[in-house]
Design a protein around this ligand. Structure first.
Ligand code: T3D
Length: 262
């Protein structure tokens, strides 16, 4: 197992911790591969019922490791489209298509692709001291990892463009106030609170939660009629789940439900 992403499993939660703290958890190839392996496990292992993504040290993730991109080392310009296709795009798809909740705990600065990976997660909490930076404009690049898709949807075009064109840092409190993330948490409490949230989600009706995630994401491109039909189809499926039967029985018995994730 690679040490660039620490992986731990407890109470149905797979915790993936980006772990190149000296580089503020910037991505080298090894970290790309290790993170992908983590999310593939989340897809394939039924025991995993939620994922928690966070970073070690004082940063969450500073995007691509630019020391691997030094133009002074000679050679042809790197094919950045290639890295996007090979690593970042599959990662964002793995997060968005995972039919289980992904919680992100942004423990410190989230820059470049690091910021947009946090925005691709389902519920994003940030330490009060964290910052979000669309750093791409500082080096002549374009926001990637879904940033040009998620920013205007979450913030509207005016704020999306200002952040992307200026690369100015956005503090976590403002990010929460603008609806870019779910909420901020005191730095010292972030990991505990995010773990408690992920653990609660992992004990939930996983099939229904997965379908809820799918439905809300589909709204980005569906008409109201298409969305109403999708809700009907998903509700039909949810209504056949063991967790629905348990949820209703528990309600009628006035006890806590024990969901199995099926
Ligand atoms: O290339 C492709 O494949 C295309 C894909 C692109 C995706 C992208 O993400 S492009 C955007 C890349 N990221 C950036 O441009 C951000 C670069 N980093 C920064 O602007 C700053 O480090 C931060 C604003 C994130 C944090 O600033 P600060 O002052 O808190 O920390 P620092 O001192 O700048 O960084 C601490 C160390 O981490 C430092 O190393 P040192 O001097 O202690 O040895 C710094 O060089 C290193 N570091 C931070 N970010 C990166 C990095 N090293 C390599 N690559 C980084 N991205």
């Amino acid at each position: 197992e690679s040490d660039t992403v620490l992986s731990a499993f407890a109470d149905g939660v797979l915790v993936l911790t980006l772990n190149r703290p000296d580089k503020l958890n910037a991505f080298n190839e090894d970290m790309h591969l290790a993170l992908r392996t983590g999310f593939e496990r989340a897809h394939n292992d039924a025991a995993v019922r939620a994922v928690l993504l966070t970073g070690s040290g004082r940063g969450f993730c500073a995007g691509q490791d630019l020391s691997d991109r030094d133009p002074r080392k000679g050679g042809a310009a790197p094919d950045l489209g290639g890295t996007i296709e090979q690593f970042y795009n599959p990662l964002i798809r793995l997060i968005r298509t995972l039919d289980k909740p992904v919680v992100c705990a942004v423990n410190g600065v989230a820059a470049g692709a690091g910021a947009n990976i946090a925005l691709a997660c389902d519920i994003t909490l940030a330490a009060r001291s964290a910052r979000f930076i669309q750093a791409f404009a500082k080096i002549g690049l374009v926001p990637d990892s879904g940033g040009t898709w998620s920013l205007p949807r979450l913030l509207g075009e005016a704020r999306a463009k200002a952040l992307a064109l200026t690369a100015e840092p956005l503090d976590a409190e403002t990010a929460a106030g603008w609806g870019l993330i779910w909420k901020t948490v005191d730095d010292a409490a972030l990991l505990d609170e995010a773990t408690a949230l992920a653990t609660k989600l992992a004990a939930g009706p996983t099939t229904g939660l997965g379908m809820t995630k799918r439905a809300i994401q589909a709204a980005a491109t569906n008409s109201l009629d298409e969305q109403l039909e999708l809700e009907r189809d998903l509700q039909r499926e949810a209504g056949r789940s063991a967790d629905y039967a348990e949820g209703v029985a528990a309600f009628l018995d006035k006890r806590k439900p024990e969901f199995k994730g099926r």
